[in-house]
Ligand binder design. Structure first.
Ligand SMILES: Nc1ncnc2c1ncn2[C@@H]1O[C@H](COP(=O)(O)OP(=O)(O)OP(=O)(O)O)[C@@H](O)[C@H]1O
Ligand SMILES: [Mg+2]
Length: 236
C-alpha cells in the first residue's frame, strides 16, 4: 500500500529523516511510534505530499507520488494540529470539506456517535479542545477511502469518546482499510495496533508485532517495551 525508499528530510540543519525505508502492506492497523520530535508527523506529511523530501521516493498503491497529486483523493487524514477557521460553524466546516472533496460521505452517523448534534451551530473558536478533536475525527472518517492516516487521534478525548474512537478504528479495519496511526497512549496502541513501527534517529528502528517488541526488549507490557527500546541494540 505504501512504499518509502531512502527518504531524507532536513529542516535547516536539522536532519529529521535520514534514509528511511518502510513498506506498509494493505489492510490492518499500523502504529507509528517514537519520541517527540522523532519525525512521525514529518513522515506522515511526506506520504501525503505535504512535506517535500530532500531525497528519496514515496509510492502509494504502486504509484510514485512525485508530481502526481491525484492519489491524495484516496486518503483520509486527521492532522495532529487542526487549525480550523474559528469563525465557521461546525456544520459549515463539514459542508465546506464535503464540497472540496466531492465524494460520498456519511457524517450523520459520526455526528450521532460523538454526540455533536448540539454543536453543529456553534463556531469552531468557541469549542473545547476535545469537542474540536471530535470534529476533526468526523472530517477524517466521514469519507470512505482505503487509506486512513490518523496523527494523534486520541488527543483530548474523554474516556467514553476514546472507546467510540477505538470501535470506529476497528470497524474500519474490518472493512479492509489500511490505517496508519501515531499515538503516545500505549494502552490505546496495545488495543488497536497490529504492527508497531518505531522511529528513531531518522530511521525505522523497529518494525514488528507487539509480541515481537516485548520479546526483543524483554518486557511484559508495551509501555515498558517502548521505554526500553532505545536502549536495546537494533540487532538484538
Ligand atoms: N515546518 C518545519 N520547520 C522546521 N522544523 C520542523 C518543521 N516541521 C517539523 N520540524 C522539526 O522536525 C522534527 C520532527 O518533527 P515532527 O513533528 O515530525 O515530530 P513528531 O515525531 O511528530 O513529534 P510529536 O511526538 O511531538 O508529534 C522536530 O525537531 C521539529 O521541530
Ligand atoms: Mg507529530
Amino acid at each position: 500500500m505504501i512504499q518509502v525508499e531512502n527518504l531524507y528530510k532536513k529542516f535547516g540543519k536539522n536532519e529529521v529523516l535520514s534514509g528511511l525505508n518502510l513498506t506498509i502492506d494493505k489492510g490492518g492497523i499500523f502504529a507509528v511510534l517514537g519520541p517527540n520530535g522523532s519525525g512521525k508527523t514529518t513522515l506522515i506529511k511526506s506520504i501525503l505530499g505535504m512535506v517535500v523530501p530532500n531525497k528519496g521516493d514515496v509510492s502509494v498503491s504502486g504509484i510514485a507520488i512525485k508530481k502526481n497529486w491525484k492519489y491524495r483523493q484516496e486518503i483520509d487524514y486527521l492532522p495532529q494540529i487542526a487549525n480550523f477557521p474559528g469563525n465557521l460553524k461546525v456544520k459549515e466546516l463539514i459542508r465546506m470539506i464535503k464540497d472540496i472533496r466531492q465524494r460520498p460521505s456519511d457524517e450523520q452517523t459520526l455526528i450521532e456517535l460523538f454526540k455533536l448534534d448540539s454543536f453543529l451551530d456553534k463556531k469552531l473558536s468557541t469549542l473545547s479542545g476535545g469537542t474540536r478533536q471530535k470534529v476533526n475525527i468526523v472530517l477524517a472518517f466521514m469519507f470512505d477511502c482505503p487509506l486512513l492516516i490518523l496523527d494523534e487521534p486520541t488527543t483530548g478525548l474523554d474516556p467514553a469518546s476514546l472507546i467510540r474512537l477505538k470501535e470506529l478504528i476497528k470497524k474500519e479495519k474490518a472493512n479492509g482499510k489500511t490505517i496508519l496511526i501515531t499515538s503516545h497512549i500505549m494502552q490505546f496502541v496495545a488495543e488497536v495496533a497490529d504492527e508497531i513501527i518505531y522511529l528513531l534517529e531518522g530511521k525505522i528502528y523497529f518494525k514488528g508485532s507487539i509480541e515481537q517488541l516485548k520479546k526483543k526488549t524483554d518486557q511484559t507490557d508495551l509501555e515498558h517495551a517502548i521505554a526500553a527500546i532505545a536502549t536495546t541494540p537494533a540487532n538484538a
